[in-house]
Design a protein around this ligand. Structure first.
Ligand SMILES: [Zn+2]
Length: 383
């Protein structure tokens, strides 16, 4: 069955000077209203022990300039703040934070009967009209909302959320297990190894170099007793670092999109390990942190693409001993029998020779198929 989904399209914007001023005002107003509503809520709670139900409208009298920006942008702040509160109360998320200037500047507006629209080379937004734009691909379907952002590189983007119909992909009668590799990005149960793209490690080296220069310039400004905002060399280098970072993010996303789509296209059941990414991302080492966050972005992509295209993604409990189990006879090695540096081993029980990662991905596939069957049986009430 075709499925209606919401797809985000990121489009580069080229605002003129006047439009840039409007965006800066909008970022400023949404940040102001977020911080103001949040601090009033906190004060009210401290005094009365109840929640303050404040809205942006309450502030428009006192702060007239709030009327100059898109009122939907302010309404969305209220919604986001409410969502942040309920996430906090549900647990697992921190208390809503105050927003800092220049850190993820953005605002969101909604399409109300054509207030957000596109032409071949522009995006129309409420209160500001058409802004020059460059579309990476054709966009079809009803636009629901638009989020304008300014990146640390100084570039402007709008992310358009569009209602799209997707058709399920045909069945392939092939299933696959995926193991997160140590040296490769992933290893598949059919023996395929997918390496981390070479350009990524090159860009990571470049990023480390540019960050070192940035740190030196920061030190230099400090010893010269100059504010960082007044140090031209520091600011120039900061943009350089942001640009490398942006390239890494884009290349990585592109790589992960292609890889996840191909896996979904070529297989019906896709089994992966459910790794504790929260714990992994805490790792301070840059390269490691990037590969960890890649894994989390990758599994997210697999999950929604499986849903879009009618395939099954199964996540295996992270305590399942996928590496230490022989995929041939189910004999389980002890931790001491299989230290991390051992890349291949012979099963002491059935003598089969194993590549560590491929054996793990075969186990992940088998475990995944077991769980997928249980799920279908459970769903049809035969369990
Ligand atoms: Zn064995």
């Amino acid at each position: 069955m075709p499925k209606q989904i919401l797809k985000a399209h990121k489009v580069r914007l080229y605002p003129n000077e006047e439009q840039q001023i409007f965006f800066a005002k909008s970022f400023g107003c949404t940040r102001f209203i977020w911080n103001r509503m949040l601090s009033d809520k906190i004060d009210h709670y401290n005094e009365h022990k109840t929640e303050l139900k404040n809205t942006p409208a309450h502030y428009k009298k006192e702060f007239e300039w709030l009327k100059e920006v898109d009122s939907l942008a302010l309404a969305n702040v209220q919604q986001n703040l409410r969502a942040a509160y309920s996430k906090f109360f549900k647990g697992g998320f921190g208390f809503p934070k105050f927003k800092k200037k220049g850190h993820r500047d953005s605002y969101t507006t909604n399409n109300q009967k054509g207030t957000v629209a596109i032409t071949a080379n522009s995006v129309k937004l409420p209160k500001i009209g058409h802004i020059k734009a460059k579309f990476p691909a054709m966009i079809n379907g009803l636009i629901k909302s638009a989020t304008v952002s300014k990146e640390p590189t100084g570039k402007y983007f709008v992310s358009l959320l569009v209602e799209t119909i997707v058709e399920p992909l045909p069945k392939t009668y092939s299933n696959i297990g995926i193991d997160l590799g140590l040296t490769d990005f992933i290893v598949l149960s059919d023996g395929t190894r997918v390496a981390n793209p070479k350009f990524l490690s090159k860009l990571q080296c470049k990023l480390a170099r540019e960050q070192k220069i940035l740190a030196k310039r920061r030190e230099f400004a400090k010893t010269a007793n100059r504010k960082l905002s007044d140090s031209r060399n520091y600011q120039k280098q900061k943009i350089k670092v942001a640009k490398v970072y942006e390239r890494i993010t884009n290349c990585r996303k592109d790589f992960l999109h292609k890889l996840s789509f191909n896996l979904i296209k070529n297989h019906d059941v896709i089994a992966i390990e459910d790794l504790n990414v929260k714990g992994m991302v805490k790792n301070k080492k840059l390269a490691k942190a990037i590969s960890d966050s890649s894994w989390s972005a990758f599994t997210t992509m697999l999950a929604y693409k499986a849903d879009w295209y009618g395939k099954t993604l199964v996540k295996i409990d992270r305590w399942y001993p996928s590496s230490k189990t022989c995929s041939g006879c189910a004999h389980v090695l002890t931790k001491a029998e299989l230290p991390l540096q051992v890349r291949s081993w012979n099963c002491p029980s059935c003598q089969q020779k194993h590549d560590r990662d491929i054996n793990a991905s075969i186990n992940i596939l088998n475990e995944g198929l077991k769980l997928a069957t249980l799920k279908t049986v459970g769903a049809t009430g035969l369990a």
